[in-house]
Write a protein that binds this ligand. Structure first.
Ligand code: TGC
Ligand code: FAD
Length: 399
């Protein structure tokens, strides 16, 4: 084969960061940049070296939990109770860097922070906050969030899990499905129907009648634990019920926190794919020239950068609105839909541009692509978020 000869005009190397074409980083405060850098270091030194093997072995790298805790990444946006009290943009950057490593690691932090610690912080009694939050921030107590049920997660208003009063206690019966961290959790925040409406119950591991078998054979989020939760006459004392909220707005407001973080997280997965494609297409020679010198390859790379840039600006603006207290759930739905679709499309396209190598776990796109199939489904499917935006625009509820 002929020696690779460059064709076409060469242009001076752009000074712009290809993963941040609009300079989002320059719009961050010094504290936000420090947080991003420290999480990026953790991902480079602790996550990336183990994640491919963990994914292949279907194993959550639990040894990372103390390291995540040490950096203050668990419950990072909560105030007090040994939590870091960072702003929403910092939380987003944490999610972005972690998901650059793997969606499973970001999932662990999302669930612990937004779905377990947040409801205890927002709706819990002082005794509940003291009992759980500091230990959860240290990673000594792992949480899970049980909302989805086997008969259909998109419509949680139709939940069957129920709780009845018995003396000063409650008795829970039902089943939850697809619960992140479930099999390793010390504490489950379980949402159940009561005669008063939907309420949140703090079910501790080892409670008689409570089991959490792991769901095996996943092709997605293999470096994350997913479980079913079964509740068979589980007794929960009154002091383990969240006193501050009744109704679906309790779990849905937790989802708003986690969905917001996901809008940032998936940017990290997409950036990891684009980074690898820039390197790969520059170094692979076909038809006597670098792959990157072909117009269609450049169009595809440019399209990745365009979509990442739009997602970055959406999430940054959303984060600023969240910090100002003006962010609305429908805005989170739009960003969750847009950014998950963006990342999944990029991961799939990157996998294709790798040719046969694209099916190997030695390149990151297929792992991110498989993970993102879950991320676009959980925390509200793409359709649910589209219909949420549609409802906002038209006033008609089409669910
Ligand atoms: P709807 O009538 O719209 O609302 C009921 C009440 O909730 C309030 N509300 C919200 N509050 C805060 N944040 C939100 N995002 C809210 N959305 C609604 C609403 O104001 C109302 O309050 P009130 O006081 O009037 O009672 O409820 P709906 O039954 O029509 O349902 C709407 C719909 C379909 C959007 C909702 O059910 C939904 O979001 N479905 C999707 C369920 C979902 O996303 N499940 C996720 C499970 S957790 C998970 O996937 C974790 S994965 C984590 C990981 O590993 O990273
Ligand atoms: P369904 O609700 O049965 O939906 C099936 C299909 O129907 C989807 O395509 C959906 O978009 C579509 N659909 C639904 N309603 C409509 C409609 N009105 N019009 C048109 N189409 C519609 N849940 C938790 O509670 N806690 C967790 O920690 C958690 N972790 C998860 C981890 C993983 C890896 C996965 C895969 C899921 C997790 N989930 C968790 C569950 C997740 O939130 C649900 O899978 C999701 O909400 C969808 O519910 P479902 O799977 O029951 O699908």
């Amino acid at each position: 084969m002929a020696e690779a000869a460059p064709t076409g005009k060469s242009v001076p190397k752009a000074a712009l960061d290809p993963l941040d074409l609009y300079g989002v980083r320059a719009a961050l405060s010094e504290e936000e940049r420090l947080v991003q850098d420290s999480v990026a270091r953790l991902v480079d030194t602790e996550v990336l070296p183990v994640i491919q093997e963990a994914f292949e072995q279907h194993r959550f790298p639990r040894e990372l939990v103390p390291k995540l805790a040490e950096l203050g990444l668990l419950g990072s946006s909560l105030a007090g109770y040994d939590c870091a009290g960072l702003n929403a943009v910092c939380y987003g950057l944490i999610c972005q860097e972690l998901e650059r490593g793997d969606s499973g690691i970001r999932s662990f932090v999302s669930v612990q922070s937004s779905l377990c610690m947040y409801p205890i912080h927002a709706f819990g009694s002082e005794e509940q906050k003291q009992r759980y939050l500091p230990r959860m921030a240290r990673g000594e107590v792992i949480g899970c969030f049980g909302l989805t049920e086997p008969q259909g997660g998109s419509d949680p208003a139709n939940m069957k899990t129920h709780a009845k009063r018995r003396g000063g206690d409650w008795v829970l019966n039902g089943a939850k499905m697809w619960i992140t961290n479930g099999a390793i959790a010390d504490l489950a925040v379980v949402w159940a129907v009561t005669p008063e409406g939907i309420r949140g119950f703090l079910v501790e591991k080892g409670s008689p009648g409570f089991t959490a078998p792991e769901i095996e054979h996943k092709f997605s989020l293999r470096a994350s634990v997913t479980a079913a939760l079964y509740l068979d006459n589980v007794v929960v004392p009154e002091e383990r019920v969240l006193p501050g909220v009744v109704g679906l707005k309790g779990p849905l407001s937790c989802l708003t926190q986690a969905r917001y973080g996901i809008t940032w997280g998936v940017i990290g997965a997409a950036q990891a794919c684009l980074r690898q494609m820039l390197d790969y297409t520059a170094s692979r020679t076909l038809f006597g020239r670098a792959l990157a010198q072909n117009q269609t390859i450049q169009v595809r790379l440019a399209d990745m950068a365009r979509r990442i840039t739009s997602a970055q600006l959406l999430s940054l603006h959303l984060g600023r609105m969240k910090d100002e207290g003006t962010m609305q759930p429908v805005q989170v739905s739009l960003a969750k839909w847009n950014n998950c679709r963006m990342a999944l499309d990029i991961a799939r396209d990157a996998r294709d541009m790798l040719g046969g190598a694209g099916i190997s776990a030695e390149y990151v796109p297929i792992r991110h692509m498989l993970n993102l199939e879950s991320v676009i489904t959980y925390e509200g499917t793409e359709t649910i978020h589209q219909l949420t935006v549609g409802r906002e625009l038209t006033g008609f509820n089409a669910f």
